[in-house]
Design a protein around this ligand. Structure first.
Ligand SMILES: Cc1cc2nc3c(=O)[nH]c(=O)nc-3n(C[C@H](O)[C@H](O)[C@H](O)COP(=O)(O)O)c2cc1C
Length: 178
């Protein structure tokens, strides 16, 4: 069955490593006939949550920065892929801000298959393992969301390095496997 897939790429860097791995996932998922959309946060200025709680009643954010449209797409999707560079052993601030802004719709986002892609400079799993805790926090807030796969893009630092990496193939194969 073809699935609706939304990939959120959060790096501020054009052609960043996590963006490249997001595109590898996208390529694999599209080849299998899925309906895939890759959304780059660097092209969508997503503001902080204002904690006004207006969305408790309306289920929409009062800010018109494009997040409401992205949330409508996520509600409809079967698969949500979150991609990030590791900053200080966690997801980058752009992705955390995005996660906070899920608040208006978090009770409507159900039965999602979640994939996580992260890139870091160190040649160890540890920085990404910490970031998975942040993703698990989000999963805890959603009804029947499951973490189905993680790509550990280790030992990647300079822009473009992910192109010829082992992680590139892993992200591509993961996209094909959904
Ligand atoms: C603010 C900042 C913090 C970082 N913190 C870490 C870190 O804690 N551990 C690590 O291995 N790499 C760290 N890095 C390196 C990036 O994770 C690495 O360059 C990654 O490949 C960037 O992905 P991108 O090209 O998709 O932005 C940091 C980079 C920046 C700019």
């Amino acid at each position: 069955m073809n699935k609706k897939v939304i990939i959120i790429s959060s790096t501020p860097r054009k052609n960043g490593n996590s963006q490249i791995l997001s595109e590898a996932f996208e390529k694999g998922a599209k080849e299998k006939g899925n309906n895939v959309e890759l959304i780059s946060l660097r092209e969508n200025k997503i503001n902080y949550c204002l904690a006004c709680y207006g969305c408790s009643k309306t289920k929409r954010c009062i800010q018109n920065d494009g997040m409401n449209e992205i949330l409508d797409k996520i509600v409809e999707a079967d698969v949500l892929v979150l991609a990030t560079p590791i900053y200080m052993y966690d997801v980058c601030g752009q992705l955390k801000t995005f996660i906070d802004r899920i608040f208006p719709k978090y009770t409507e986002i159900k039965n999602k298959e979640i994939y996580f892609i992260a890139t870091c400079a160190e040649d160890q799993n540890e920085p990404i393992s910490y970031a998975i805790q942040t993703i698990n926090g989000l999963i805890e807030c959603l009804e029947d969301a499951k973490l189905k796969g993680v790509v550990y893009g280790k030992n990647l630092d300079n822009i473009g390095e992910a192109e010829n990496s082992k992680a590139y193939n892993e992200a591509y194969e993961m996209g094909k496997s959904i």
